[in-house]
Design a protein around this ligand. Structure first.
Ligand code: FE2
Length: 204
């Protein structure tokens, strides 16, 4: 069932402002690459907001060691469908190798630091395959303020360092409304899942 938060639910002023800017972008139209590139600029401003950083001090860990990963869900836009999430990783945890299906994602590092590894498909199979050949294309360290720009079907993995790391995430649609792939680079198998569990959380 849809978890839709009202636009009237009050958030921190900087988050409210971010949402207004995002809504304006969607209202103006344009192609998705342009929209999400511009949205990165807005997110960059939001990530330095002191109120947001303070608020994040009390956010609970949302990536579990076993079982399904979770996201805090702050906002879902009733008209354009974009959502504001956070992924809070305890020290030394890593995600699976995965994509975000057909959705667009901006993954902004709010606190901590981690490694992001990217992969590419070396076969020409479908976007939702049962098996896939993939290879690593690079790993880089990310720090607060960094924004990972994740277009549809891009394959990646995040590995936390020895501190808590928070990703403040903007998605084009709520996880659970589209299929994602999880890749096993060793044996080439792929499994589908419906993304992280959504945990409504008040950003106020
Ligand atoms: Fe991801």
């Amino acid at each position: 069932m849809a978890t839709q938060l009202s636009t009237n639910s009050e958030m921190l002023p900087a988050a409210e402002n971010f949402v207004s800017c995002m809504r304006e972008l969607f209202r103006d139209g344009g192609n998705e690459t342009e929209i999400w590139t511009k949205a990165s600029d807005y997110l960059r401003d939001l990530l330095v907001d002191e109120d947001l950083k303070r608020h994040a001090d009390t956010w609970p860990d949302s990536l579990s060691v076993e079982g399904k990963p979770g996201n805090l869900l702050f906002y879902e836009d009733p008209d354009y469908g974009f959502v504001l999430n956070a992924l809070v990783k305890a020290p030394n945890l890593k995600t699976t190798v995965h994509d975000h299906g057909k959705s667009w994602t901006l993954y902004g590092v709010l606190e901590g630091g981690e490694k992001v590894t990217r992969f590419e498909r070396t076969d020409d199979g479908p976007q939702v395959p049962q098996t896939a050949s993939i290879s690593e294309t690079g790993t880089h360290d990310v720090v607060p303020g960094y924004i990972d720009f994740v277009p549809p079907w891009e394959i990646h993995q995040e590995q936390n360092t020895d501190q808590r790391t928070i990703g403040f995430i903007v998605r084009s649609q709520r996880s659970g409304t589209f299929v994602q792939n999880r890749f096993d680079p060793e044996n080439g198998t792929v499994a589908q899942y419906d993304g992280p569990v959504q945990m409504p959380y008040k950003l106020a």
